[in-house]
Design a protein around this ligand. Structure first.
Ligand code: ADP
Length: 265
């Protein structure tokens, strides 16, 4: 797999608080990467720096796009805005949809902001709404949708520009667990299912389990990276080499008593 985002030695401080205290991270094209950690561990700061919303105090973020590598930190404000508008998609906890607009108008908005004529923008938005199971709800205003439906409109709005990377910050934080799982499946399916990359901040273990890789932050440091490949968990901590562990089996299966187990934090 190719690396699409490469962060090196990121530092971001607010006064005495080191939100990022030297984070290096490679995001692979086509993966679903979850960023986990306690509140205040630096998750949102990392997501915002990776997405060019926030400039780090030190360190670099490189976007290896098909057209060439872009050094996100060296772009001026206008170029960073253009990157966020044209290359990245965003889903936030509250969706940040415009309540006065209908579902289809909300989903079409990023295209119209790029100058796509309204009929074409709405046609493409309608396709995304249908893909996300929202056919028939196109003309509803956001207040007339359930929380899960509104978040799927937010997913459609993120996907409509066909972004290289989708960034999601607690996208299901305001939803119950069943709806949360549905929205997450829609988000992952519409991103990695189409070969695109997802970076999602979450505190929900159920959501992280749906992702192919999980990094855990503590006090602005990555303290663990866990990948899930072919039924095996691979765990890496800064201090040690990677270890492979079997995830807990769904039903009793034979396992040697000495099977290696990782730190299942
Ligand atoms: P998380 O997303 O894991 O909850 P954040 O990235 O939001 O963590 O914040 C990491 C640390 O940086 C926290 O201690 C937080 O209080 C601090 N922080 C984040 N943003 C700001 C800000 N704009 N001003 C001051 N402190 C901030």
């Amino acid at each position: 797999m190719a690396v699409i985002l490469e962060a090196s030695d990121l530092i971001k401080s607010y006064g005495e608080t080191h939100a990022l205290a030297g984070v290096s991270l490679e995001v692979q094209a086509g993966e679903a990467l979850a960023i986990m950690g306690a509140s205040g561990s630096g998750k949102s700061t990392l997501l915002h720096v990776l997405a060019g919303i926030l400039a780090p105090d030190a360190g670099t973020v490189a976007l290896h796009a098909p057209k060439g590598t872009v050094s996100v930190g060296e772009l001026n404000d206008a170029a960073r805005s253009a990157l966020r508008r044209d290359t990245f998609g965003f889903v936030f906890q509250q969706g940040l949809l415009i309540p006065e607009l209908t579902a289809i108008e909300n989903a079409a908005l990023p295209l119209m902001l790029r100058g796509v004529p309204r009929p074409e923008a709405e046609q493409r938005a309608a396709q995304w709404l249908a893909t996300l199971g929202l056919s028939g709800l196109e003309q509803r205003r956001i207040g007339q949708l359930s929380g899960g439906q509104a978040q799927r409109v937010a997913v459609a709005r993120a996907q409509v520009i066909e972004p290289l990377v989708v960034f999601a910050d607690e996208p299901t934080g305001a939803l119950d667990s069943t709806t949360s799982a549905e929205v997450m499946d829609a988000l992952i399916g519409s991103t990695t299912g189409r070969g695109r990359t997802l970076v999602v901040v979450t505190h929900d273990e159920g959501i992280a389990a749906r992702c192919s890789r999980v990094v855990r932050l503590r006090d602005g440091h990555i303290v663990e990276t866990r990948s899930h490949v072919a039924g095996m968990d691979y765990i890496q901590t800064p201090a040690g080499a990677a270890t492979a562990t079997m995830p807990p089996p769904p039903a009793p299966v034979e396992r040697p008593a000495s099977a290696p187990r990782g730190d299942a934090r």
